[in-house]
Design a protein around this ligand. Structure first.
Ligand SMILES: [Mg+2]
Length: 270
């Protein structure tokens, strides 16, 4: 049997797993505190590109789940990393279909942004400020030579009001108009994110766990990392039956059941 006290890493989804909108999921602070007491390294990963790592760390902390900005990964942050990891000069000027947060992070990393086609690269994201003019410039750039990358594949973002069209919907619109698809979508469940997380943890795959409420992003991320995945049933969708590629290692009614699960599999001692 594996050493109970060997280091472990846990990747958390945020919305639907630790909180719902502005409300913490009952038991989530205790479950995360229990993991820290067991010595786990944590990462909080969201496909939402609209806020900074610091803002998510502050939100979690305020909800009773103390977290550091360095433990948070957003799809804006991942986009910057992705462009930096390849040869940055090959991307040219970036035409961003996205909000201030993404634009600022790209600018702070030294990339040149443009509002007009032609562009080196079109970066598509979750953009509640989108105008027809920006969509048209992205269309024209993609009809030309621009490369095409995106932050996250989600087609809608759940909200108490019924949801908002997300980056996946804008990708689909541009795909319909140009016939082109992004060469990379950096957020969950990309191979890029999977390898970033494995590198950051620096742990054997059998000591890492991914936990989230969306099979098509959270479970698939766990599978791509080659680690255990847990599906919680506190999120927006609670599918009764799952296709084989979305099957988690276990389903939990809520994050509250994580402590019992870790005890059952013999991970860590409190
Ligand atoms: Mg979620």
């Amino acid at each position: 049997m594996a050493n109970k006290n060997a280091p472990m890493g846990v990747v958390f989804d945020l919305d639907g797993t630790l909180y719902l909108g502005e409300t913490v999921i009952p038991g989530a602070p205790g479950a995360v505190a229990d993991l820290r007491a067991r010595g786990a390294r944590l990462r909080f990963v969201t496909n939402n590109p609209r806020k900074s790592r610091e803002a998510y760390a502050a939100k979690l902390t305020q909800l009773g789940i103390p977290a550091a900005a360095e433990e948070v990964l957003t799809s804006s942050n991942l986009m910057v990393r992705y462009i930096q990891r390849s040869t940055p000069a090959t991307w040219g000027s970036l035409l961003v279909v996205g909000e201030t947060q993404l634009q600022q992070e790209l600018q702070a990393a030294g990339f040149e942004l443009t509002r007009q086609a032609p562009a080196g690269t079109v970066v598509v994201s979750f953009d509640t400020t989108l105008t027809y003019q920006v969509l048209t410039q992205a269309f024209l750039a993609l009809r030309g030579q621009a490369r095409f990358i995106a932050t996250n594949p989600d087609v809608y973002c759940p909200t108490p009001e019924g949801g908002l069209p997300d980056a996946g919907a804008l990708i689909a619109a541009l795909k319909a108009a140009t016939g082109r698809s992004p060469e990379m979508i950096v957020g969950k469940p990309s191979d890029f994110l999977a390898s970033e997380l494995l590198q950051e943890f620096g742990l054997p795959a059998d000591r890492i766990l991914v936990i989230g409420d969306r099979p098509e992003t959270d479970v698939v991320l766990g599978r791509r990392m080659g680690v255990r995945s847990l599906l919680v049933e506190t999120g927006a969708n609670k599918p009764a039956r799952l296709p084989r590629q979305y099957l988690p290692d276990a389903r939990l009614d809520s994050i509250t059941s994580l402590t019992g699960y870790l005890d059952r599999i013999g991970w860590g001692e409190r």
